[in-house]
Every structure is written in C-alpha cells, then in structure tokens.
Design a protein around this ligand. Structure first.
Ligand SMILES: NC(=O)c1ccc[n+]([C@@H]2O[C@H](COP(=O)([O-])OP(=O)(O)OC[C@H]3O[C@@H](n4cnc5c(N)ncnc54)[C@H](OP(=O)(O)O)[C@@H]3O)[C@@H](O)[C@H]2O)c1
Length: 291
C-alpha cells in the first residue's frame, strides 16, 4: 500500500484534485509549495504542507524524505524571472528524480501529449528532457501525458470576454485541439500513484473533444446566454509579441509562440488506449463542464 506521497504542484489545478482524492483514500500526502498561503486554509486530515522550490535541490531533498512516491505536477510555463520551463519542467524535475532516488521512492511525472525534442514549444521540449532523464534513471517511474486542460481554457476565454461577452482567441482559432478535463486526468494520476503495476508505463490521456478555439469560445458564449462570436488577436500580432516583447518579457514570448503553434500544428488526439486500460475514468466533455 502507498503510505506517503509527495505532490510537487499540489496547490495547482490538477494537484489540488489529486491531493484531495488521495487524502479521501487515507493516503498521507505532503504538498510542496513555494508559498504556504497557497495551501488549503483549513488543515485537512492526511495532508501536510512543506515549503519547497523545485529549483532548489536541498528543499526538494528535504521534502521527499520518507515518502514512497514523488509526484511532479509542476510547470513553469507562465512563470516570470527565474521560473521557466527550463528551470522547472526540466531542471526542477531532475531535482525531484534525484530526491526520489535518495528516498527510495517512485516518481509519477506529469507531462504533455506532444512532448518532443524538436517541438516548437519550449515547455514541450523541457517535458521531453525530463521524461528522457526519468526513463534513463534507475528510479521506478510512470509518466502521464495529457492534452490541454479544458477548465483552464474555459477560464481563459471567460476571463478575456469582457462586458460584450466576446472571448479573445489568439490566432485564427480554426485549428482543432484536443481538450481533456482536469478531473479525468486527476482520476488517472491517482490510479497510477497507487498502482505499482503501472511503473515503466507512459500513459497518454485526452478528452472526447477535438475543438477549435472558435468552437470552444462559441460554447462559452452560448453558455453565458450571449450571442455573437469571439474576437481574435491576429497571428501577425502574435509574431510581433514573440519577437519584440518576448525579448524583454520571456514569458510573453513563450505564450505567443505556444499560441502560434496551437493555431497551426496538429493538436488532435484520438488514442483511447488509456481509457480501455484504466477502467472507470470519467469522460468529461466541454458541454458537461459548461452545463
Ligand atoms: N494546464 C494544462 O493544460 C496541462 C496540460 C497537460 C499537462 N499539464 C501538466 O499538468 C501539471 C499540472 O498543471 P496545472 O495546470 O494543474 O498547474 P497549475 O494549476 O498552473 O499549478 C502549477 C503548480 O506548479 C507549482 N510550481 C511552479 N513552479 C514551482 C517551483 N519552482 N517549485 C515548486 N512548485 C512550483 C505551483 O506551486 P506553488 O505556486 O504553490 O509553489 C503550482 O502548484 C503540470 O505538470 C502541467 O505541465 C497541464
């Protein structure tokens, strides 16, 4: 039985759900955060919080002492300053792997569908580097790759909608993208944490929807009772943002390059092997979430 789990990223969208479900199953969970105020305000049974930063190997080593599984649900995509995909998704994950080795623990690594050495997205290249290091290590591991989280994109579209209720779409908004609910991903992550038979597996999970951003924005608009269509930030503006502003604010350059890639590359997903292998995973659609 899994006795104690460290969740780096346990305060995030995915990590919060994973921590709550593990605690519900009476698994002791240690949530690592850079800021204690990000942890749940009320102390919860089976959950403790430790301060740590994946960029600081000594804090990670201390946080992982005595655990059986180290879960990485961190990312540095939107980070500023020293927080970046290179420092968090690559180097931070290497620190988590080293700490797991020292503790004699397994690693469950959250990654992305499309992680590759030659991806146009820095985040995807850094996730690939972490995956490769983990596979080459002597630490028992499971890798979970997911497509884009529906809840995040619905929130982004709502946040940019303004009074006119017209969400802002970056680019043409015509490229189909697979979206998965973070609830479905959390259910899978909990299964692999608690099932040692999944060690050595890379599991890929997507959702039922391959939607363009225009289609998702249309659902968000319809759900709010409004009419009309989304606004668009043209690709030429994204290129300018990547090239000029991105030099001073690297995180904005990263976001612009990612938006361009999501507007152009094949982001669809049709692989249902994980849903066949892991029984009982929820299958949440965009319409389910918006209802
Ligand atoms: N969002 C997506 O569409 C998507 C798609 C596929 C895969 N994923 C992956 O799923 C995982 C969870 O994503 P999410 O969207 O749920 O994340 P999120 O809500 O944005 O939360 C990010 C988490 O990373 C932690 N973090 C960032 N920098 C850190 C650092 N230097 N040291 C320690 N912790 C740090 C934050 O913790 P504190 O701020 O509390 O320190 C926070 O808990 C990530 O690995 C992500 O790459 C996400």
């Amino acid at each position: 039985m899994t006795a104690r789990v460290l969740v780096a990223g346990g305060t995030g969208r995915l990590g919060t759900l994973v921590v709550a479900e593990l605690a519900k199953r009476h698994v002791n969970v240690r949530v690592m955060t850079r800021d204690r105020s990000r942890a749940a305000a009320e102390p919860a049974a089976y959950v403790e919080t430790v301060l740590g930063d994946v960029r600081d190997p000594s804090s990670v080593l201390a946080a992982a002492a005595g655990v059986d599984v180290v879960v990485s649900a961190v990312h540095g995509f939107v980070g500023t300053g020293g927080v970046s995909p290179a420092s968090v998704d690559r180097d931070g994950n290497l620190h988590l792997i080293d700490a797991a080795r020292a503790a004699g623990a397994d690693v469950v690594l959250m990654s992305v569908v499309g992680a590759a050495q030659d991806s146009p997205m820095e985040l995807f290249r850094m996730k690939h580097a972490a995956e490769a290091a983990l596979r080459a290590s002597d630490v028992p591991w499971t890798i979970v790759q997911a497509t884009a989280f529906l809840e995040l994109w619905i929130e982004l579209l709502r946040r940019t909608a303004g009074r006119a209720n017209r969400p802002l779409v970056f680019g043409r908004g015509q490229n189909p993208i697979n979206f998965v609910s973070v609830r479905d991903v959390a259910a899978l992550v909990v299964q692999v944490i608690t099932d040692p038979a999944t060690r050595g597996l890379t599991v890929r999970l997507g959702g039922p929807d391959n939607l363009t951003l225009d289609q998702l924005a249309g659902l968000v608009i319809a759900n709010s009772g409004a009419t009309g269509g989304p606004r668009h930030l043209p690709r030429v503006a994204l290129h300018a943002m990547a090239g000029t502003v991105g030099r001073i604010r690297p995180e904005l350059g990263r976001q612009a390059r990612a938006a361009l890639a999501m507007d152009r590359d094949d982001m669809t997903f049709h692989d249902h092997a994980a849903r066949a292998r892991f029984a009982g995973l929820p299958l949440t659609s965009a319409e389910d979430l918006l209802r």
